[in-house]
Design a protein around this ligand. Structure first.
Ligand code: SF4
Ligand code: SF4
Length: 278
C-alpha cells in the first residue's frame, strides 16, 4: 500500500516525507535510547479551523481546542501501528511538539509549510490553522515534496498587528501578544504590561490570523475532537481553584500547563484595560 493511501485512510492529506538533516535537531537528548536510526520524517498537518467561532471569544482558536498533542498523537500512533505491519523490522516513533526536531523546519524542508510574515506556519490547504506532528523512521519510504505556498504581497497581517511585532524587517517575538500571554508568572514586566494593553484575548492572539488572506474560506476541520471548543473563560471560573485543581479542571487545554496565576494575570489585565468583552 502506498503511504498516501494509508495516510488518506486517517484523513491525512497534507503531508511530506523528507530526509532528516542534522540541523533539524533541537533536543539531542531526546534522541538517546531510541533504538533505531531516524532517517526519514513523515510530517503531517492537522487542521483545527471550525466555522462560527465567536468574534468576542476570550480564548484564541488554538487555545480553545482540546489538546492537539492528545488528538494528533492518537492518530499518529494508529498510523505507526499500520506502518509497523507494512515494514516489519523497521522503527517508527511519532511526535507532536515533544519532538527532538524543529517541526516547522522539517515541514518547510518538504515544502509543506512556510513561515508566514507573522512567524506562524502557513500551508496551502489549511492556511495558518493547523497543528504539526510527525512520524520518524528508518523504513525505506520514498521522499515526497510539496510546492510551498507563498505569503501575499499586501500583508494585511502587518497592518492588523497592534504592537508592531510583524515588521518589514522581520518578526519580533518580544512584541508578540501571543508570546507575552503565554509567559508564566503572576505579573508582567512593565513593558509586557504596556504591550498587553492592545490584547484582545486572554490566551494567545488571533488578530493577525483573522486578518490573513490565506485563512479566509477555509474548510472546517474533519477532526471531530476539535469541535469541542471553549472560547470563553473568566476569573469567576477560576475562583476557589488551587493551581493543582486549575490544571485538573482545564487538563487537555493548551493554557493549563502555565498555571492559574498566568491566566488570572491575563484576565486581570484585560479587565483593567476594558477589553473584557463578555
Ligand atoms: S499574534 Fe497578535 S501580537 Fe503576535 S504578531 Fe499576530 S497580531 Fe501581532
Ligand atoms: S496576511 Fe499575507 S503576508 Fe500575512 S501571513 Fe497571511 S499570507 Fe503571509
Amino acid at each position: 500500500m502506498a503511504i498516501c493511501d494509508l495516510l488518506r485512510r486517517f484523513q491525512i492529506t497534507e503531508y511530506c516525507v523528507v530526509p532528516i538533516k542534522k540541523e533539524f535537531v533541537i533536543y539531542a537528548h531526546k534522541l538517546e535510547n531510541i533504538g533505531f536510526r531516524h532517517d526519514t520524517a513523515i510530517v503531517c498537518l492537522f487542521p483545527y479551523f471550525v466555522s462560527d467561532y465567536p468574534a468576542n471569544a476570550v480564548l484564541t482558536r488554538y487555545a480553545s481546542c482540546p489538546d492537539y498533542h492528545i488528538v494528533a498523537g492518537r492518530i499518529l500512533s494508529q498510523v505507526c501501528g499500520e506502518l509497523r505491519a507494512l515494514f516489519p523490522g523497521c522503527g517508527f516513533s511519532s511526535y507532536t511538539d515533544d519532538s527532538p526536531y524543529a517541526e516547522k523546519d522539517l515541514a518547510a524542508s518538504g515544502g509543506l509549510v512556510i513561515r508566514g510574515r507573522n512567524d506562524i506556519g502557513l500551508s496551502e490547504k489549511y492556511g495558518q490553522l493547523f497543528f504539526i506532528g510527525e512520524i520518524v523512521t528508518d523504513a525505506p519510504i520514498a521522499h515526497e515534496y510539496r510546492t510551498p505556498p507563498v505569503c501575499c504581497e499586501d500583508a494585511p497581517c502587518v497592518r492588523a498587528c497592534p504592537t508592531g511585532a510583524i515588521g518589514r524587517g522581520g518578526f519580533n517575538r518580544e512584541r508578540c501578544l501571543s508570546s507575552i500571554s503565554q509567559k508564566g508568572g503572576a505579573e508582567f514586566s512593565t513593558e509586557d504590561a504596556r504591550l498587553f494593553r492592545a490584547a484582545r484575548y486572554a490566551w494567545g492572539c488571533d488578530i493577525c490570523l483573522n486578518a490573513c488572506v490565506r485563512n479566509k474560506g477555509l474548510l472546517a476541520t474533519h477532526i471531530k475532537e476539535f469541535y469541542d471548543i471553549m472560547p470563553y473563560i473568566s476569573s469567576k471560573d477560576l475562583e476557589g481553584l488551587s493551581n493543582r485543581t486549575y490544571r485538573e479542571k482545564y487538563k487537555g487545554r493548551a493554557f493549563a500547563g502555565r498555571g492559574r496565576a498566568a491566566m488570572m494575570r491575563n484576565l486581570r489585565h484585560l479587565k483593567e484595560n476594558n477589553k473584557w468583552n463578555f
